[in-house]
Ligand binder design. Structure first.
Ligand code: HEC
Length: 159
């Protein structure tokens, strides 16, 4: 008889243990779900329109299929000097993250944003929405030459 009690007791402990584990799992699952929802919301605040080429000196830009490493090197140096005060590759700083930019913007739009930011945030629907999303902080015109802007645009492909 004593043996049976011990067994029952052991069984109860096992049962309690497993129900606790289930609770833990449920909690973790919910937390992950919340974080995912937040990321999606951040991405949808500003419209994505890959046909919009923006407003400025660049009417169109089609990248070669291969990335030009020499241009990337030049662009990387310019980016460090002129952009890292406000931008990182991943995650927001003062401005948006640069990684994956061509999944949401046309290359010509990016070039025009680099060379003509003041007019862009006044006239272009995407740039206007971005300005609102980033608390009206203005993207500074760095007076980039077209060659410099093109090198930075190539560098952004490599992130
Ligand atoms: C003073 C801070 C600042 C500097 C310096 C700056 N930017 Fe920006 N940038 C911003 C902000 C803020 C935005 C969002 C639009 C706005 O509010 O004007 C932005 C927007 C952008 C966008 C559009 C991002 C998107 O998600 O569509 C690109 C591309 C960009 N910047 C690239 C650059 C590059 C390249 C440089 C360097 C030549 C640079 N920026 C320098 C603050 C800055």
């Amino acid at each position: 008889m004593k043996k049976i009690y011990t067994l029952l007791l052991a069984a109860t402990f096992v049962a309690c243990g497993s129900s606790n584990e289930k609770k833990d799992d449920g909690f973790k699952f919910n937390r992950t779900k919340k974080e995912e929802t937040k990321v999606v919301q951040e991405k949808t605040t500003t419209p994505v329109d890959l046909d919009n080429r923006g407003i400025g000196p660049i009417k169109d830009l089609v990248f070669d299929s291969a990335i030009d490493e020499a241009m990337v090197k030049e662009g990387s140096t310019a980016f460090k000097q002129k952009c890292t005060a406000c931008h990182k590759a991943e995650g927001k700083l003062i401005g948006p993250a640069m990684k994956g930019i061509y999944e949401r913007r046309h290359p010509a739009w990016v070039m025009n944003m680099l060379m003509n930011p003041a007019e862009m945030v006044k006239e272009d629907p995407i740039a206007k929405a971005l300005l609102a999303e980033y608390s009206n902080i203005l993207m500074i015109n760095q007076n980039l030459s077209q060659e410099e802007a093109r090198a930075i645009a190539e560098y952004l492909r490599s992130l």
